[in-house]
Ligand binder design. Structure first.
Ligand SMILES: CC(C)(COP(=O)(O)OP(=O)(O)OC[C@H]1O[C@@H](n2cnc3c(N)ncnc32)[C@H](O)[C@@H]1OP(=O)(O)O)[C@@H](O)C(=O)NCCC(=O)NCCS
Length: 168
């Protein structure tokens, strides 16, 4: 799927909000994308998976969606279908590309592709205000709190997870 002011090919009109005329391609990717995904994960996620774990996850049926600008991956979303729900396992955006609608357009792409499922679910660190704001803005609701779900990071205590869900 391609998104730009010139039009959209191969899908419905997903459009990064800011700026609105970026020529960003959004869609599925495979193992060829993993070097860049690994680079983004290392920058963005406290508990990133190794390149090998990412590869195993794709071979086990996880799905990868990416945003590309001029061929370069600027954001990705890794998900897994579990019966009639889709779980977001990872979502990350290159730092320089944040607040430009990349995560929103990936969520929109996932919702469109998974409209046959019952819901999309995820866990997010209670302290991750950017992600919480994103998910609430994009139609997720808070379902539950899981105390001490995340391992402690250097010098910090275990952290609660928030379980969020978006009905499809
Ligand atoms: C969280 C993250 C994925 C958001 O990606 P993004 O592409 O910047 O998000 P979007 O531009 O689509 O933002 C959509 C909305 O979410 C909210 N939002 C996003 N980032 C925010 C922030 N830092 N502070 C407050 N609200 C924020 C806003 O409502 C925003 O809309 P607006 O820009 O019109 O105000 C990105 O910050 C990131 O990669 N963080 C590190 C990895 C991470 O925490 N992943 C989530 C793990 S569950």
């Amino acid at each position: 799927m391609s998104v730009s002011r010139k039009g959209v090919t191969g899908g419905s009109a997903l459009r990064p909000a800011n700026p609105p005329d970026l020529d960003v391609w959004v869609g599925r990717a495979g193992e060829e994308a993993l070097s860049e995904v690994d680079e983004i994960a290392r920058e963005a996620l406290p508990e990133h998976w190794s390149r090998a774990q990412l590869g195993q996850s794709l071979r086990a049926g996880y799905e990868l969606r990416v945003c590309r600008f001029q061929g370069r991956i600027v954001a990705y979303l890794l998900s897994q279908d579990v019966v009639d729900e889709t779980h977001i396992m990872q979502l990350a955006v290159r730092r320089a590309w944040r607040r430009r609608g990349m995560a929103s357009v990936l969520l929109q792409c996932l919702k469109r592709d998974k409209r046959h499922q019952r819901a999309i679910c995820l866990e997010v660190r209670a302290s991750n205000e950017a992600a919480r704001a994103l998910y609430l803005r994009r139609g997720f609701e808070l379902l539950a709190r899981r105390p001490g779900y995340y391992q402690p990071r250097a010098g910090k205590l275990r952290e609660d997870a928030l379980l969020m869900r978006c009905a499809l």
